[in-house]
Ligand binder design. Structure first.
Ligand SMILES: [Fe+2]
Ligand SMILES: [Fe+2]
Length: 278
């Protein structure tokens, strides 16, 4: 039996075993998904600025952990981007990222002076939903990839994302604000899940996979690229990855991660993902 490596916090680009790269194991759909993911991850500094505004005055320790979080997310983008550049030399992370940035800025990053979720607790619930999604997504990529370097990078990122979930979960429960009701928590969590339908995933997939010279003849269409991004993601997911995601979210809203709600939500999400990518 092989034992999966344990990836600790604080890894650097030099820790990745790039020399093990095997071009014969690169799978085109996975490559397309990785390029898109690299752009979303690389966009983290905007989220740091926003979260620091939400937590203004919360103390140095909180600020330091948000900065560290942002650095790790940006490194996820760099690692995935470098892997994609090696697998496909026509891809350039910085160029694709510049196009993505030009066309995509969530309104609340530019405007809000507080949390768009209504409170710090609400903000942490939304962050936990995202980290639940990313930790299961990179676990799925790790399990599906036969290319050794991508497998390693995805394993390292999945471990980071799980730690991020824990950081935000602990921050959520450390807030002096009054707790919010179960239904309100569920509403915030579902709201964040619905936002996955916005331009971030569709447009990152477009910028990462349609070269600039083809933009004029292949214009961006949100529904089309949302579907293509969904299809690419669904090639890596197995039912158990989706169930883990749901359990992490259910825990944040305060219900039993192994109870009926988790089972029902897991089944519904799995059906929805399958339908979206059909
Ligand atoms: Fe990440
Ligand atoms: Fe993360």
């Amino acid at each position: 039996m092989t034992v999966a490596p344990v990836y600790k916090q604080g890894w650097t680009m030099d820790d990745v075993h790039w020399s093990l790269f095997d071009p014969s194991k690169v799978e085109p759909t996975m490559l397309a998904a990785v390029k898109a993911a690299a752009l979303v991850e690389y966009n983290a500094p905007d989220y740091v600025t926003y979260l620091k505004r939400v937590f203004a005055g919360a103390g140095e320790e909180t600020m330091a952990s948000l900065e560290q979080w942002g650095r790790e997310e940006a490194q996820h983008g760099r690692a995935l981007g470098r892997w994609a550049e090696i697998a496909d030399p026509s891809f350039n992370l910085e160029d694709a990222f510049a196009r993505f940035r030009k066309g995509y800025t969530p309104a609340h990053f530019a405007e809000a002076d507080g949390s768009v979720r209504g409170s710090r607790r609400g903000e942490m619930i939304a962050r936990c939903v995202v980290e639940s999604g990313t930790s299961s997504y990179y676990s799925a990529i790790r399990d599906a990839s036969e290319e050794p370097v991508l497998k390693e990078i995805a394993g390292r990122i999945a471990a980071d994302e799980y730690r991020h979930y824990k950081l935000f979960y602990d921050t959520l429960n450390a807030q002096a604000e009054p707790d919010i009701s179960f239904w309100k928590k569920l509403w915030i969590a579902l709201g964040r899940v619905r936002e996955s339908d916005d331009d971030e995933l569709a447009y990152s997939y477009y910028c990462a996979n349609v070269p600039p010279e083809k933009e004029a003849i292949t214009p961006y269409k949100r529904r089309k690229y949302s579907r293509l991004a969904g299809q690419a993601s669904m090639t890596v997911y197995h039912r158990h990855h989706v169930q883990k995601l749901v359990q992490m979210v259910i825990k944040v809203v305060g219900a039993d991660p192994h109870g009926w709600l988790a089972n029902l939500a897991g089944a519904l999400l799995w059906r929805r993902l399958a339908a979206k990518s059909a």
